[in-house]
Design a protein around this ligand. Structure first.
Ligand SMILES: [Zn+2]
Length: 557
């Protein structure tokens, strides 16, 4: 790819030498403040694109010479532009299915829930399952849990299962209960309750393990459903200025997720660049077959890292910790993979040339992942494999420098802090609070930071991540000065982690991450100059134009 480009550039250079005019560009952005992210180029006024690639950056007068009769010109009129964001950790197919389902969050009455359900029926083929989540009857004037009859009144012939906001219970309609074979005679399952009325008839409200009695009948999404969901998630992503993602869909939806993305690419609907992860514990010959089929170099869709889950999460006290949680004596969380097994898988797959990404939240899980990478580096003699730890939320002092030393990327999601601040100080306790979300310490140590969101766990909007990274405060503000303020980043450091750092994490730093000649024309135009804005202005900044490969893929109406 780069060789081809160099050859073409050299040929162009010879032609250019012959005639003194600059070649005409396909697209020119002028009159702006364009933050290139390249330390030598700095901030420029204008930029020219040919064949999807940036060919020149500089002053308006220099770049305007490249405007010809067929050049599309975007007048920035002082607006701010920067490299497209690269989200290093998303679940695109999961986000898509969530966008296809019923969002019941924030409903203020049963009638509003019914109206939301009724409004979406047309999006589902006859008889298709409808799922959703987010209702909370405590916010409703009636304060009553919805029943099967409430759903039946609007659901037609669709089986419906709507989870409560906490995910621990759900309401099913009669069609869903019938498919699951739940009647008055059905006993409660172990660990669950089928709620019944005074006459013993199931009301539709299912608690804990009883939800599974219905949920297990919901079929996996069809190829059409996968594609429709992905289209929605891709549109959401582009509308927020994210032009590349590193995606963990195959682990949840199988190879069909890659095939759905490939079909969208074929149909010209994949206008987002995707690096698709594969499950670390799949058989090696299967992984090699997928890598051969999906490729590793296509600018739009390729296979990437192998993902493993090392532990649970902080909020549920299932992250694997070296010492018990401060608010749960005796509880050190849970490793979800045995260290010996992880070492073996990492050694074996790394030897086959795969990059590996381990989900590790707790300080013990981080140590176990670093140990596996260190053991592999020792046998292969390589520290350039760019293995990565996903989340890397709590890092013991003794392990911090190991990221840089081993060349392990810290792939972190700063917007998690905006939710986690509610409980992170309490679970860590005063002695370990400094272990949390150590962005600045990692950078100082020489490690590479790659930022992302874990979409749809957090929204895809990068502005929340940038805000979190520079303030370490809640969106509404506070704690004053930020939680563990020594770990705050400058806005330029945060942007870099979200662009060039993320590009490095997917071996794409030669083609992505800055606005320099030779790189993909993946550009975002914003409402605010991020380098001269207050944290609240950054949080509220909106995307005006998203450009991928020199094409406008989103424009604010
Ligand atoms: Zn994730």
């Amino acid at each position: 790819m780069r060789i081809t480009f160099a050859v073409v550039s050299a040929a162009l250079g010879i032609i250019l030498g012959a005639c003194s005019e600059a070649p005409r560009a396909d697209l020119v952005l002028t009159g702006g403040r364009i933050y290139t992210g390249d330390s030598h180029l700095g901030t420029v006024e204008a930029l020219a694109v040919s064949d999807g690639t940036i060919v020149a950056v500089g002053r308006d007068a220099e770049i305007e010479r490249r405007v010809g009769p067929n050049t599309r010109v975007i007048e920035l009129a002082g607006r701010f532009a920067l490299p497209g964001f690269n989200d290093a950790h998303v679940h695109l197919a999961g986000a898509g299915q969530q966008l296809l389902s019923i969002d019941a969050a924030g409903t203020r009455s049963l009638a509003e829930l019914q109206a939301r359900l009724a409004a979406r029926l047309k999006d589902f083929p006859p008889g298709a399952w409808i799922t959703g989540r987010g209702w909370d009857q405590s916010l409703w004037p009636e304060a009553q849990t919805p029943t099967r009859d409430d759903l039946d009144a609007v659901s037609g012939d669709h089986p419906v299962l709507l989870k409560r906001v906490d995910g621990h219970s759900a309401v099913a309609n009669s069609a869903a209960l019938t498919i699951a074979g739940i009647t008055a005679a059905t006993p409660d399952p172990a660990g669950g309750t089928i709620v019944r009325d005074a006459a013993g008839r199931p009301t539709g409200w299912l608690k804990d393990k009883a939800v599974d009695l219905v949920a297990r009948h919901i079929p996996a999404p069809t190829m059409e459903q996968l594609k429709r969901g992905l289209e929605l998630a891709i549109a959401d992503t582009l509308a927020h200025g994210v032009t590349s993602v590193q995606d963990d869909s195959v682990r949840s939806f199988g190879w069909a997720a890659f095939e759905a993305l490939a079909a969208l690419k074929q149909e010209g609907k994949l206008r987002l660049r995707v690096s698709e992860w594969l499950p670390l514990d799949a058989p090696l010959d299967q992984l090699e077959a997928w890598r051969a089929q999906g490729g590793t170099d296509d600018p739009w869709l390729k296979t990437g890292a192998l993902k493993a889950i090392g532990d649970g999460s902080g909020g549920s006290l299932t992250a694997a910790m070296l010492a018990p949680f401060a608010n749960a004596p005796g509880n050190t969380g849970l490793l979800l993979i045995e260290p010996d097994r992880l070492n073996e898988l990492v050694a074996n797959r790394a030897a086959a040339g795969f990059q590996i990404a381990v989900h590790a939240i707790g300080d013990r899980a981080n140590r176990v992942a670093l140990d596996a990478f260190e053991a592999t580096a020792r046998t292969t003699g390589k520290t350039d494999a760019r293995h990565r730890i996903e989340h890397a939320q709590f890092i013991d002092d003794a392990d911090l420098a190991r990221f840089a030393k081993l060349g392990v990327i810290a792939s972190m999601q700063p917007s998690h802090l905006l939710s986690d601040l509610r409980w992170a100080p309490a679970i860590l306790g005063p002695a370990r609070e400094h272990e949390g979300y150590r962005w600045h310490s990692l950078l100082q140590s020489g490690a590479t930071l790659a930022f992302g969101t874990d979409y749809p766990v957090e929204g895809i909007n990068p502005m929340r991540g940038l805000y979190a990274a520079i303030t370490r405060e809640f969106e509404a503000g506070g704690p004053i000065g930020g939680w563990q303020p020594q770990e705050r980043l400058s806005i330029e450091q945060a942007i870099r982690a979200y662009t060039l750092g993320a590009a490095w994490a997917e071996f794409e730093e030669a083609r992505k991450g800055t606005l320099a000649p030779g790189k993909f024309a993946d550009i975002v135009v914003l409402s605010n100059d991020l380098l001269n804005a207050s944290p609240q202005e950054i949080l509220n900044a909106t995307v005006e134009i998203t450009i991928v490969g020199g094409q406008i893929v989103y424009q604010k109406q």
